[in-house]
Write a protein that binds this ligand. Structure first.
Ligand code: SIN
Length: 304
C-alpha cells in the first residue's frame, strides 16, 4: 500500500488532500456527505477580528471553466469563532486550519494570537490575498515589504505552523514567496483567486455588485501550476497548492510541480465528495507507478 502521509513544517498529515477556505464551511456542513476523517485537513472559512457582513449580492458569477466570487470575507469574527465554532469542530479527526484575515496588521495579529490559544488548531493560513475587500487582504499580498511585515508581526505571536496564502495578482510570485519566508512563514499556500469581472451585456451592467471579483476553477489551473513550480524552485518551505483542482490527476500535477499538499476549492460546489475521490485517485496513481511515498512525488516533474 502506498503511504500517503506527508509532513509540513513538522505537522503530520495523513494524506495531502485538504479543502480550501471558503469552499467547505467549517467542515461540519459536509458530515452528511463524506467521512471528513479521511481528509488530510480542512482550511476553514476566513476569520477576522470583528463581524463582517460581506459584500452586497450578487457576489457569485459562473464563467467559462470557472466562477467569480466577491464574498468579502463574511464571518462573525474571532470571538464567535472561538466560542461557537471551535467547540463544534475541535474533535474532528483531521487537521483544522484557520484562515486568518484582516484589514490592518494589528487585526491579523489579534486574530492570530486568539487562534494560537486554541489547543486543537495546529496551524493558521494567513490570508494576504483576498481580492474582494477595500482594506487589507490582497493589498498586503502584492507588495513584498508589506507581506514580509505582516508575516513577521504575526510570527511574533503565533507559535504553531504559520502558512501564508499568496495572491497570483502580482508580477513576480517568487518575490512575494521570498518575502513571506523572510518574515517567518513555515509554508506557503498558493494561489488565491485571480482578479476578474463579468458583464451582462443586455443590461450593460457588471454581474457582481463589486464589479470585480476573484476567479477560481479549472480556468486558472495552468497559472497556478506555473506559480507552484516557480515558487518550489525559489524557496525551501513546503507549498500547499490550489487553483482549479477538479480531480486526482489535477492534484498529482500540483504535487509533481512542487506542492507537498493540495487544496480542493471550487470543485466542492459541484461534488461534495470530490476530495475523498481525489484521495483514492492519488493512491491508485501511486500504486500504478510504484511510488511508495507522496514525498517521492513532490517536485518530481521531469524537465530534461
Ligand atoms: C472572499 O471572502 O471574498 C473570498 C476570500 C478570498 O479570496 O480570500
Amino acid at each position: 500500500m502506498p503511504d500517503l502521509a506527508i509532513n509540513i513544517a513538522g505537522l503530520h498529515f495523513k494524506n495531502p488532500v485538504t479543502t480550501a477556505s471558503g469552499t467547505f464551511g467549517y467542515g461540519d456542513e459536509f458530515l452528511d456527505f463524506i467521512d471528513i476523517g479521511r481528509l488530510g485537513g480542512i482550511f476553514v472559512k476566513a476569520v477576522t477580528g470583528k463581524n463582517r457582513d460581506g459584500n452586497p449580492y450578487p457576489r457569485m458569477a459562473e464563467t467559462a471553466s470557472g466562477m467569480l466570487n466577491s464574498v468579502g470575507l463574511q464571518n462573525k469574527g474571532v470571538d464567535h469563532f472561538c466560542r461557537e465554532i471551535y467547540p463544534r469542530i475541535r474533535d474532528f479527526n483531521t487537521h483544522i486550519i484557520v484562515n486568518v484575515s484582516g484589514s490592518t496588521v494589528e487585526e491579523y495579529v489579534e486574530v492570530a494570537a486568539r487562534i494560537n490559544e486554541l489547543e486543537k488548531i495546529p496551524a493558521i493560513e494567513l490570508n494576504i490575498s483576498c481580492p474582494n475587500v477595500k482594506l487589507g487582504g490582497m493589498a498586503f499580498g502584492t507588495v513584498p515589504s508589506m507581506a514580509e511585515e505582516v508575516t513577521a508581526e504575526v510570527r511574533k505571536v503565533y507559535k504553531k505552523v504559520l502558512m501564508v496564502k499568496l495572491s497570483p495578482n502580482v508580477t513576480s510570485i517568487t518575490d512575494l514567496a521570498k518575502a513571506v519566508v523572510d518574515g517567518g512563514a513555515d509554508a506557503i499556500t498558493l494561489i488565491n483567486t485571480l482578479l476578474g469581472m463579468a458583464i451582462d451585456a443586455e443590461r450593460r451592467r457588471p454581474v457582481l455588485s463589486t464589479i470585480t471579483g476573484g476567479l477560481s476553477g479549472p480556468a486558472i489551473k495552468p497559472i497556478a501550476l506555473r506559480m507552484v513550480w516557480q515558487v518550489h524552485k525559489a524557496v525551501q518551505v513546503p507549498i500547499v497548492g490550489l487553483g482549479g483542482i477538479m480531480n486526482a490527476t489535477d492534484a498529482i500535477e500540483f504535487i509533481l510541480a512542487g506542492a507537498s499538499a493540495i487544496q480542493v476549492g471550487t470543485a466542492n460546489f459541484i461534488d461534495p465528495a470530490v476530495s475523498i475521490k481525489i484521495v483514492d485517485g492519488i493512491e491508485a496513481y501511486m500504486d500504478r507507478h510504484k511510488i511508495n511515498t507522496v514525498a517521492d512525488m513532490v517536485g518530481a516533474l521531469r524537465t530534461e
